[in-house]
Write a protein that binds this ligand. Structure first.
Ligand code: CP
Length: 284
């Protein structure tokens, strides 16, 4: 998609309508999907604030999906409820793209994460990847762990405080295909990593705000870490960040997170083209 001339791209979703339903806040996912739709010549309907919709009057998600699937060719949806995207897919007459369902999964983020890693390292097989921060509620790291298990010889370091460890059932699902090391000691494993995938401690997911206060500053990455990391070490982050990556790192060669976010556009263009594009096969 990156190489395709703009005029050619504009024809791919011509006449197609994409519904963008964001029941939860978003900057990157919503805007990169909407930019991708426009780049492909499609039209967008939807909302970014569900308090302006009939959900406010008590309409169920299933009824909303039944309706919207009659208005659009495909639905991109973000919702705070885990499993909501799967439920919507069972009801909808049109394909559903999960733009994040609560603390469960964020699969399109994973596609752009994989693309970013592949572009930077030329491969994914055999890399050592750290996941840092909120691994319990972090939907991006859940989806990424499942995806990395599809590659060969990936080593995964899971670094989190006790309260925010990766759910056991995910580890069970992926451990056959990944070499996994769980720890709370970041410094010990940093020198071994090719990529550190940092995440925000998500205040909004904690049932008890006192628990959030205990862990909110547990990992803050500063420039000094680069003294002990590999030469081509990269930091990724799905963003938004709060304080877990200090601004000082932004201008270093390790900062991959803004490039990562930018990759959301071509990756989402590709996904939409494959699902509802005018041509079955996108020519490169
Ligand atoms: N990475 C991501 O999902 O960002 P947004 O919440 O801004 O969409």
């Amino acid at each position: 998609m990156e190489k395709m001339p703009a005029a050619k791209k504009q024809k791919i979703l011509m006449g197609r309508v994409v519904a963008s339903l964001f029941f939860e806040p978003s900057t990157r996912t919503r805007l990169s999907f909407e930019a991708a739709i426009q780049n492909l010549g499609g039209r967008v309907i939807g909302f970014s604030d569900s308090s302006t919709t009939s959900a406010k009057k008590g309409e169920t998600l299933s009824d909303s999906i039944r309706m919207v699937s009659r208005y659009a060719d495909i639905i991109v949806m973000r919702h705070p409820l885990e499993g909501s995207a799967r439920m919507a897919a069972e009801i909808s007459q049109k394909p559903i793209i999960n733009g994040g369902d609560g603390a469960n999964q964020h699969p399109t983020q994973t596609l752009l994460d994989l693309y970013t890693i592949k572009k930077k390292f030329g491969k994914i097989d055999g890399l050592s990847i750290g996941m840092l921060g909120d691994l319990k509620y972090g939907r991006t790291v859940h989806s990424l762990a499942y995806a990395l298990a599809k590659f060969e010889g990936v080593k995964l370091y899971l670094i989190a405080p006790e309260q925010l460890k990766m759910p056991k059932e995910i580890i069970e699902d992926v451990k056959k295909n990944l070499k996994i090391e769980e720890t709370s000691n970041l410094e010990k494993f940093l020198p071994k990593m090719d990529v550190l995938y940092a995440t925000r401690i998500q205040k909004e997911r904690f049932p008890d705000s006192m628990e959030y206060e205990k862990v909110k500053n547990v990992y803050i990455l500063k420039e000094e870490i680069l003294k002990i990391t590999k030469k081509n070490f990269q930091i990724m982050h799905p963003l938004p960040r709060v304080n877990e990556i200090s601004d000082g790192l932004d201008k270093t060669s390790a900062a991959l997170y803004f490039e990562q976010a930018a990759n959301g556009i071509p990756v989402r263009e590709a996904l939409l083209s494959m699902l509802i594009g005018k041509k079955k096969k996108v020519e490169m």
